[in-house]
Ligand binder design. Structure first.
Ligand SMILES: Cc1ncc(COP(=O)(O)O)c(C=O)c1O
Length: 356
């Protein structure tokens, strides 16, 4: 059976070549006679996997030497708590409230110190990226670079001066070029642009780790994870292995510059269709539209349900919007080929003709 086009927001589509390679290596990794899933995380074979994954991540993002790369567990959701637990130390942080994910981050941070909401787009149902009003005494500023549910994205990051900018990049990391030195920390669950669920990437400036809180449980301490090179306990070995394959795929496909161009092209193609057809309406402010999660509505909920159902019949899967907001959402991460978006647009045109 052929693969269908999968527009799920996460866990999400992975590059076909990566799945194929994982399949080839599943029973016998690198000639060792069994799977990478079956060997010790302290073995030399796994050491090579995690070291290669880190080296490729560093090369692709151009991560400076004064940053650490950690492979943690607990999802991006645990980072909502670990960031303030480690860094806030009773102080105050600025958070920008751009939607569902930012809200969750704010809720956790409030458990560990004072939170100032330095900007919010709640007044318009989170359809745009708000301005930031920084507090001079904030320990850090936290933003969500791409709101996976609302479909809005920072196309330029705020200038926070000397205050570290900490970014939840769960749904757009590796989708474009970045200047890592502008950030205090970046973090992302793997299950959108990086690999399967189960591993969370944290990239953090070393001075922030060095000044982080002591006396935390080991599993919640950046100092411990950095010191132990992400091997304090058994990591998500298989997920890290797939991340390594995805990084190799990114490299082989031109790196982040090529990904950015490809993602710009796909997003434009889909938004142009939404704007030119009459049955569909984009929900995000045009200037802040996400290039990863394209959110749109049809003229009625009944029609949306029909659209999603018929799309499935055409092999276009996962177009239903998040249960909290309804509507439709096409997640077009790195691994979604342009042909997938073209198929979707063809279907949208056909559906419009039949339902006008
Ligand atoms: C932007 C963003 N942040 C955080 C999360 C939560 O990540 P996790 O499920 O890995 O905890 C998600 C989605 O899953 C997300 O899209």
């Amino acid at each position: 059976m052929g693969r269908k086009y999968n527009f799920y927001a996460g866990p999400a589509i992975l590059p076909y070549e990566v799945m194929k390679k994982a399949q080839e290596e599943l029973l016998d990794f690198n000639g060792i006679g069994f799977s990478i899933m079956e060997i010790s995380h302290r073995s030399k074979d796994f050491a090579k996997v995690i070291e290669t994954a880190e080296a490729k991540i560093r090369a692709l993002l151009g991560i400076p030497d004064n940053y650490s790369v950690m492979f943690l567990q607990g999802g991006a959701s645990l980072q909502f708590a670990m960031i303030p637990m480690n860094l806030l130390k009773g102080g105050k942080a600025d958070y920008v409230n751009t939607g569902s994910w930012a809200k969750k981050a704010i809720k956790e941070a409030k458990l560990f110190g004072k939170v100032d909401v330095a900007g919010s787009s709640e007044d318009k149902n989170f359809c745009y990226i708000p301005e930031v009003r920084l507090s001079p005494d904030a320990v850090y500023v936290h933003i969500t670079s791409n709101e996976t549910i609302g479909g809005i994205q920072y196309h330029e990051f705020p200038d926070t001066g000397d205050i570290p900018l900490i970014v939840d990049m769960s749904s757009d990391i590796f989708s474009r070029r970045l200047e890592v030195s502008r950030f205090g920390a970046l973090y992302a669950g793997a299950q959108k642009n990086m690999g399967p669920a189960g591993v969370t990437l944290v990239i953090m400036r070393n001075d922030l780790i060095e000044n982080s809180a002591d006396n935390l449980p080991s599993m919640l301490s950046y100092k411990v994870h950095r010191e132990e090179k992400s091997l304090y306990n058994t990591p998500s070995c298989f997920a890290i292995y797939i991340v390594k394959l995805v990084m190799e795929w990114l490299e082989a496909n031109g790196g982040l510059e090529a990904m950015e161009a490809r993602n710009n092209g796909k997003a434009k193609f889909l938004y142009d269709a939404i704007d030119n057809l009459t049955l569909y309406r984009g929900t995000a402010a045009v200037k802040d539209r996400s290039k990863m999660n394209v959110t749109f509505r049809l003229t009625s909920e009944e029609l949306e349900a029909k659209f999603n159902k018929e799309a499935e019949g055409h092999g276009l899967i996962g177009l239903k919007g998040h249960r909290s907001v309804g509507g439709c959402r096409a997640s077009i991460y790195n691994a979604m080929p342009l042909q997938g978006v073209q198929e979707l647009v063809r279907f949208m045109e056909k559906f419009e003709k039949e339902n006008k």
